[in-house]
Design a protein around this ligand. Structure first.
Ligand SMILES: *[C@@H]1O[C@H](CO)[C@@H](O)[C@H](O)[C@H]1NC(C)=O
Length: 247
């Protein structure tokens, strides 16, 4: 029994200031009492200490248990939040990938989109016509010819891709008589514009069209027989066109 008491003293003196350490020491202490108490008179004198200590331990155990339960609930909440965040993050990542590939596709399409635009004036030679036959007008003075779809040698514009094209022309005359042009799509006349010019200075008109063309379709302007135009370095007669968008 003396040995037990000595042990207790040692245990008690070893008690740290930390709550956990203290709790552990007390548990050991109780066990010592329980093992040695029967038939030991000295043990009775410290019996009350045991009774006093026990409820504290259970309270602490309960508190610890509550704390563990609380922590577990908290952990579960954090795990749920974490998995929610991961779900949102991965869906965000896949959306980002989709957007990125869409942007790349648009950039590719834009880079590959054919660029077609031309603008040319007729001649520096002065009067053109009248002729006995219809004559293809060769607009020979090139100002713009992106994509080289217009040929000044033939006067033909050839659509490089299927698409919607805008064309425009201005006609000028400076003689007394008929002035005008036919517009041809391949061999088909699709437009005719005519004016009678009185005995006055230059006369003009401008017209335009929006045309759906297949790749290879040709557009050119024709001076009808007996008609005349006038052009010089001031570019009175012009022909222009551009691809609005491919189809
Ligand atoms: C244009 O026509 C007017 C009127 O007939 C004439 O006076 C003028 O000389 C002409 N201009 C040219 C460059 O032929």
């Amino acid at each position: 029994m003396r040995l037990v008491r000595g042990l207790l003293v040692v245990l008690l003196s070893l008690c740290g200031s930390g709550a956990q350490e203290e709790g552990f020491t007390k548990v050991v202490e109780i066990r010592e009492f329980q093992e040695t108490a029967p038939g030991d008179t000295a043990g009775d004198s410290i019996g009350p200490t045991t009774k006093q200590t026990t409820p504290d331990i259970w309270a602490e155990v309960r508190a610890l248990r509550d704390m563990v339960v609380e922590l577990r609930v908290h952990l579960q909440l954090l795990q749920r939040e974490n998995s929610d965040l991961q779900t949102r993050l991965s869906s965000g990542e896949s959306q980002l990938l989709v957007s990125k590939s869409r942007i790349e596709q648009l950039e590719r399409e834009n880079a590959e989109k054919p660029k077609v635009a031309f603008y040319a004036a007729l001649t520096d030679a002065g009067y053109v016509g009248p002729h006995n036959t219809d004559t293809t007008l060769k607009y020979s003075k090139i100002f713009t010819n992106i994509g080289s779809a217009y040929s000044p040698a033939t006067g033909f514009f050839t659509a490089p891709v299927k698409g919607v094209y805008y064309i425009q022309f201005t006609v000028c005359g400076n003689h007394t008589g008929l002035m005008g042009v036919y517009v041809y799509k391949n061999n088909q006349r699709i437009m005719f514009n005519v004016e009678w010019k009185e005995d006055t200075l230059y006369k003009y008109f401008t017209n335009s069209a929006v045309l759906e063309l297949m790749a290879g379709d040709e557009i050119h302007l024709v001076l009808p027989s007996t008609y005349s135009l006038y052009d010089d370095r001031d570019n009175h007669n012009t022909f222009s066109g551009a691809l609005l968008f491919p189809l």
